[in-house]
Design a protein around this ligand. Structure first.
Ligand code: PSU
Ligand code: MN
Length: 304
């Protein structure tokens, strides 16, 4: 009997014995970070979790098989091979054609939930793009979180997006957004945005308690934990604002559309900032991985 996806032995054992597991996405590695730093980052994110006693489950589709938990060769492939970018709708096509793809927040969330993984760390969640009232460009990350029981730790959404519209959509989709040690929604490279949150918590145990309550009271949606980058690691606002405008203009001039938009902007911003945005991106992602590890540990403790 063939199963539609494969859970690595390490991840399967951790799940079966109620030990903490954190899902990690592959699109940030394949399409969001430049080589060769992306490979180092993928290994480092996994190591941060292992050092906390948490099992990492990096997720990607390799040769048509969705994998929940990669071996060293799998991690190398998501970093070095030219992989497609797969959202949820692409998964059956990638599977049937036996091709390989990195998974977005949406596809990673979906596969993690199928495997029973409840906590997931990324950099920034996808959202509503600027100009979406014309382009209709809204990440499937949002609609997927409406129907997927996963807690995603992110540093808010990238400031290249329309943050106000993204928060409105999350409200409509009944996805709770919880600030982690903050009442202000962060904007990826910056600790803040112009938007205040209704709810914040200060500990991983509180997030686990919300997850448990939502299992009883929700309809199977996810939770967004908005975790700002530490103050001493955030990008300088002035440089950020200036480069953002340039990057958005360049994307517009280049006529970039669809799923190429996010990777284009991220890599262009790294280029324009001489690598500064990359350091912030890595720091915020590491920080999200740590917090996700703590939440997974608190969640596992509820089931010990
Ligand atoms: N956050 C990052 N880097 C990334 C992404 C998020 O720090 O590369 C990716 C995620 O995989 C997310 C995707 O799901 O960008 C959103 O793409 P789109 O806007 O095309 O849905
Ligand atoms: Mn899009």
């Amino acid at each position: 009997m063939s199963t539609p996806f494969v859970v690595s032995a390490e991840v399967a054992e951790a799940l079966a014995s109620h030990r903490p597991v954190v899902a990690l996405e592959s699109t940030i590695i394949s399409h969001g970070l430049p080589r060769p730093r992306n490979h180092e980052a993928a290994l480092e994110f996994e190591q941060i979790l292992r050092d906390k006693g948490v099992t990492p489950a990096t997720i990607a589709v390799l040769d048509g098989v969705p994998q929940i938990g990669l071996d060293a060769e799998g991690v190398r492939r998501i970093a070095e091979d030219d992989l497609a970018k797969a959202s949820v709708r692409d998964l059956p096509i990638i599977a049937a054609t036996k091709t390989s793809a990195a998974t977005t927040v949406a596809a990673t969330s979906h596969l993690a939930a199928l495997a029973g993984v409840r906590v997931f760390a990324t950099g920034g969640l996808g959202g509503v793009h600027r100009g979406a009232s014309e382009s209709f460009d809204e990440s499937a990350d949002l609609s997927t979180l409406a129907v997927t029981p996963i807690t995603v730790v992110s540093a808010g959404v990238k400031s290249v997006l329309d943050i106000a519209a993204t928060l409105e959509r999350l409200e409509t989709l009944s996805v709770p957004v919880i600030g982690y040690g903050t009442k202000v929604f962060p904007s990826f490279w910056l600790r803040e945005s112009a938007f205040t949150l209704d709810w914040s918590v200060d500990t991983a145990a509180e997030v686990a308690a919300v997850m448990k309550a939502q299992d009883g009271l929700g309809h199977g949606q996810g939770i967004v934990v908005a975790n700002p980058v530490p103050a001493d690691q955030a990008w300088e606002r002035e440089e950020h604002d200036r480069i953002l405008i340039d990057a958005l203009r360049l994307a517009d001039e280049a006529g970039v559309t669809g799923k190429a938009v996010t990777p284009f902007l991220l890599l262009k911003i790294v280029e324009l900032s001489g690598g500064r945005s990359l350091e912030v991106n890595l720091d915020l992602a590491r920080n999200n991985v740590r917090v996700a590890g703590d939440i997974a540990t608190a969640w596992a403790a509820l089931h010990a």
